[in-house]
Design a protein around this ligand. Sequence first.
Ligand SMILES: [Zn+2]
Length: 259
Amino acid sequence: MSVAPPTSITNHLLGCLPNNERSSVLEQCEAVELAFGSVLCESDCSFRYLYFPTTCFISLVTTLGGNHPLELGLIGNEGMLGATLALGVNTASCRAVVQGPGTALRMRATRLRRILCDNQMLKRILKHYLYVQLTQLAQNAACAHFHEIEPRLARWLLMTQDRAHADHFHLTHEFLADMLGVRRSGITLAAGALQSRKLIRYRRGNITVLDRRGLEMAACECYDALLKDHARLFPSHTPLPAREGSRLKRGQDETQAAD
Ligand SMILES: [Zn+2]
C-alpha cells in the first residue's frame, strides 16, 4: 500500500546523487509499506516496479528442482531491486521476497528506463551497485562451499542486523536453514552454539543480538570481504558498520571509487 513520502532520504544509492538529480528521481517514486513475505518479482519475469529499500530488506532466492528456496543475496537500504535496468535488462534473474517488513521507494520500470537515458550519474551508480551484488553472489558461493555453518550463520545474522537496523528480528530455524541451504538440525546446533557463547538470544524464532562485536569475531571472513567491496565502490556511503579493529574502516580503503 502507498504511504506518505519520507521526509529524508534513507536509501544510500539515491543518497549518492547530487541534489537536483536526486529530486528528479524522487519525483517519480512513491513510498510503499512492504509486508513480510511479499513477492516483489518472480524469476524470468519482467520488472513492473523497481524498489529502493529504506527500512525494509529483500532476499533474492532461487529454487532448483522443487527443493527448498536458497538465498542468493540480501538487499537493504544500501541497494535496490532491479538495478539491471542500468544494463538494459528488465528481466528478474530470481525471485525477490520481503524478509524484513518496512518501507521502500517504488518506481515503475518504464519510468526508470526513461530516467536512465538522461541521468548518467544514476546509471553509473547502479552499475557500481551491480558489481557489489556480483561480488556478494560470488562470495556466497565460496562461503557455502568452504565455511562451516556456525560462522556462516553468524555472518548472515550480521548482514540481517545491518539491514534491519535493529538488534532484534524474527527468523525461524526452518527459514534460516532455507536461507543458508542447510538442514534444520545444522541451524539448531549452530544457533545453540552462538547462544551458549552469549552472542545471541534465540527464543521461538525471535533473535536478539547480544554481543555484536563477539558475533563479528565469530563470523567467517566473508563478512569483512563484502564490506570491503562495498566501501571500494561507495567510499562515502558505506551504510554497513565496519568490524572494529579490522583492516577496513568505514569510508576508508586503499583504493578510490572506480569511475
Ligand atoms: Zn563465509
